[in-house]
Design a protein around this ligand. Sequence first.
Ligand code: SF4
Ligand code: SF4
Ligand code: FES
Length: 261
Amino acid sequence: MTQIQMESTVPAAVQTAAAPAPVIEMYTVNVKILRFNPETDRKAAWTTYQLQAQPGDRVVDVLNNVKWYHEPSLTFRRSCQHGICGSDAMLINGRNRLACKTLVRDVTKDGGTITVEPIRGLKVERDLLVDMEPFFDSYKAIMPYFINESPAPAGERYQSEADAERMAHSSNCILCACCTTSCPIFWVNGSYLGPAAIVQAHRFIFDSRDEATQQRLNIMNQNTGVWRCRTAYNCTEACPREIPITQLIEEVKRAVMYQQA
Ligand code: SF4
Ligand code: SF4
Ligand code: FES
């Protein structure tokens, strides 16, 4: 049998020195979760779990840790875990955020506490899980699909760069509901379509290829539409996609006023 001998290129002095073990910084974290079980509880109550987390872990990792190793019944939504699907919006330390885009070190320090509650203004089904149906009813109300009855061109429906720019912000929305559920107008009047639905309406109203602008402006002009907004900016501050929501709402208001986008 042929034996292959490998000659080391590492100097002898280095070979004998033990490689230092990597130091992994760990925090002790108290995760205080507002929990509710509709089968046994009359109202929600706080439960605190203490665990170890790396400062660079995300809050969703911490919640997974609680669920997988401490409390399997903990209920919350998450899917992509990379800020794309919009399913893990929750109130973290009193602010609407995506759990998968929030780092532990940004919301607590070693020995500190992270509070986690369901987003507000929607019925809590269990723990951090809310009924999203009213939110998606508002979304459906703005006709969130491309409408163009003209004969299709032979190739693509082109759009200039300038036209694409007009809907660039609104097309970034991932329907996470962070904005709508931080809006005080939505909390007191659930019939308000809310900032997320208006952002989605903006996306189609300012799409130069869409032909249903007038219909959507009419929807925005109803008493459930843009005029309910009091320009309080909660929504803009809550958006994990940094969409300038209040500015887009103002653009829709102007379009309604002048009846054109
Ligand atoms: S700016 Fe308008 S939509 Fe946004 S939080 Fe304030 S009232 Fe609600
Ligand atoms: S506008 Fe922002 S906060 Fe509102 S649903 Fe879309 S991504 Fe979420
Ligand atoms: S799990 Fe998809 S956005 Fe957080």
